[in-house]
Design a protein around this ligand. Structure first.
Ligand SMILES: [Zn+2]
Length: 236
C-alpha cells in the first residue's frame, strides 16, 4: 500500500467510527439535542422504561407504587393503541410519558419524512389517549439519524439516551440487578423495558424482578427516584 491509500483507508475508518458514535453514542448530539444524565452532584436517579405499554405493565406499576417511585415510560404509538387502558393507568399513577416512535423501527437510513411520521403519530396517539403531552423522545435501539433533530424540534421533544442500560430483554434478573446496583451514580438515567418492541404480551418477568430488587437497595444508599423532567429540568 502506498502512503496515499493508507491515508484514504484511515480516513474512511475514522469517518465510519465517527458515524457509529454519531448514530449510537449515548452522549452524541450530532443528530439533535440529547441528554444522558442529570445533575451529577445530587443523589437522584431517573428510572425509565421503553417499549410499553404492554399487557405486562400493570404488574410493574404495582411494584413502583409499593416503593412510591415515579418513573418515565417511553411508549410506542402502536402499543398505546393496543393497550389504551394501560397507557392511561400509567399516566393516572403519576408517571411521566415519553415518545418512543410509533412502530419501533431503526431510524438509520430512513428519510426525514419517515422519521417525522413515526414521531408525530406516536405523539398524537399518546396525547389523544392519555391527555399527556410527551416532552422527551428516546430513539429505538438508541439509533438517531438525519431528520431526528428537525422532527424533535417541530414536535417540542428533546432527545434522551441513558446513563445505564439494563439489558433486561436478554439477561436474567440477577445480572440486570447487579448491573444497575453497581453502576448507579448521581443524576443517573436508568433504562429498562416494560415491553419488547411492539410485540403483544411480552414476558417482562426479569424486568419486574430486577426493579423489585434494585429500588430498595438504591433507596437505602440514599438515592431518590425522580421523573426525567424532575431530574433534567429541576426548575419546572
Ligand atoms: Zn425500544
Amino acid at each position: 500500500m502506498d502512503g496515499g491509500l493508507v491515508g484514504v483507508t484511515s480516513g474512511v475508518v475514522a469517518a465510519a467510527a465517527f458515524m457509529s458514535y454519531a448514530v449510537r453514542g449515548r452522549s452524541s448530539r450530532v443528530f439533535g439535542e440529547s441528554y444522558y444524565h442529570g445533575d451529577r452532584s445530587k443523589p437522584a436517579l431517573a428510572l425509565t422504561f421503553d417499549d410499553g405499554p404492554s399487557e405486562s405493565t400493570p404488574k410493574l406499576l404495582e411494584t413502583l407504587d409499593k416503593y412510591h417511585v415515579p418513573a418515565t415510560f417511553f411508549m410506542c404509538g402502536e402499543n398505546v393503541r393496543r393497550c389504551p387502558d394501560v397507557a392511561r393507568e400509567v399516566a393516572a399513577r403519576g408517571h411521566e410519558l415519553g415518545n418512543h416512535t410509533d412502530s419501533h423501527p431503526r431510524l438509520d437510513f430512513k428519510s426525514p419524512r419517515f422519521i417525522y411520521g413515526e414521531l408525530a403519530r406516536a405523539q398524537e396517539t399518546i396525547q389523544e389517549t392519555t391527555g399527556a403531552k410527551p416532552r422527551w423522545f428516546r430513539a429505538p435501539y438508541g439509533v438517531r439519524w438525519f431528520g431526528v433533530a428537525q422532527a424533535q424540534q417541530l414536535l417540542g421533544l428533546r432527545g434522551v439516551m441513558w446513563t445505564v442500560i439494563g439489558r433486561d430483554w436478554r439477561w436474567p434478573s440477577a445480572r440486570v440487578s447487579g448491573l444497575l446496583v453497581n453502576n448507579a451514580s448521581n443524576g443517573g438515567i436508568l433504562c429498562l423495558h416494560d415491553g419488547r418492541g411492539v410485540r403483544p404480551a411480552p414476558d417482562i418477568g426479569a424486568t419486574i424482578e430486577a426493579v423489585e430488587y434494585t429500588i430498595p437497595r438504591l433507596q437505602e444508599r440514599g438515592f431518590e427516584f425522580l421523573t426525567l423532567t424532575q431530574i433534567l429540568c429541576p426548575q419546572n
